[in-house]
Design a protein around this ligand. Structure first.
Ligand SMILES: C[S@@+](CC[C@H](N)C(=O)[O-])C[C@H]1O[C@@H](n2cnc3c(N)ncnc32)[C@H](O)[C@@H]1O
Length: 216
């Protein structure tokens, strides 16, 4: 089979469509200085998410798992004037950093960072819906529960998106049966595939972005 250089493809996409500006670079650097893990989405994933949000005319978006605000900046930048991103983050110190980064990006008006832990922390956010998209990027064991919440809180025609849908290629490794994170993502993907109210797939970019439109 023809050799496919995935890294070269992603670098090409990044160079053409998703170059990082100073703020995005600063978020990664500041996060590293504070000892946070390097688990932000990749630029080409950010761009893919932006394209999807634009395609459905997203105005109100919720993300679960904000870390340092990197994905939040990509998302908020894809929203029109008057649009709003709600970022749920369980760690109060991280949430403060996210607010600061949104401020530096000039996105304070468009964003709201809530400290709370999903799934419980999502209850208070239901009143802010219905959402045009929910982006899931928190603990992988919770993915199936977050999918349930998203189904109730995303408008018809809106999107359910999730990061790490391949979970470092472990979801399709038959030897991986015990890891709770692998099981969580696998169950999420299976439910996304089977749910009649969703029409989705996994976009093979970065670590896989699960993407589904609510059709019913
Ligand atoms: C993978 S990081 C998010 C990365 C971020 N989306 C980005 O790409 O820039 C996961 C974040 O989710 C937070 N988190 C984990 N479980 C959570 C939960 N149940 N509710 C809310 N936040 C959670 C963690 O504290 C961490 O900051």
């Amino acid at each position: 089979m023809e050799h496919i250089d995935v890294a070269a493809r992603e670098a090409y996409i990044q160079q053409l469509f998703a170059p990082e500006d100073d703020v995005l670079r600063e978020i990664r650097e500041e996060a590293a200085e504070r000892g946070l893990p390097d688990i932000h989405i990749r630029p080409e994933e950010g761009r893919m998410i932006q394209v999807l949000l634009k395609a459905v005319g997203a105005r109100r978006v919720l993300e679960i798992g904000a870390l340092a605000g990197y994905s939040g900046v990509w998302i908020a930048r894809a929203l029109p004037e008057g649009g709003r991103l709600f970022s749920l983050e369980k760690d109060a110190e991280r949430a403060r950093l996210v607010r600061e980064m949104f401020r530096r990006a000039g996105l304070s008006e468009k964003t709201e960072v809530r400290v709370g832990q999903a799934p419980g922390g999502l209850e208070a956010l239901s009143v802010e819906g219905p959402f045009c998209a929910v982006f899931i990027d928190a603990d992988k064991t919770g993915y199936p529960d977050y999918l349930d919440w998203a189904l109730d809180n995303v408008r018809v025609g809106g999107l359910v998106l999730a990061h790490n849908a391949f979970y470092h290629d472990r979801v399709f490794d038959a030897d991986q049966q015990d890891d709770q994170f692998v099981r969580g993502v696998r169950l999420f993907n299976e439910r996304l595939a089977e749910e009649p109210r969703l029409f989705g797939t996994i976009i093979p970019i970065g670590d896989g972005i699960a993407a589904a439109v609510r059709v019913g």
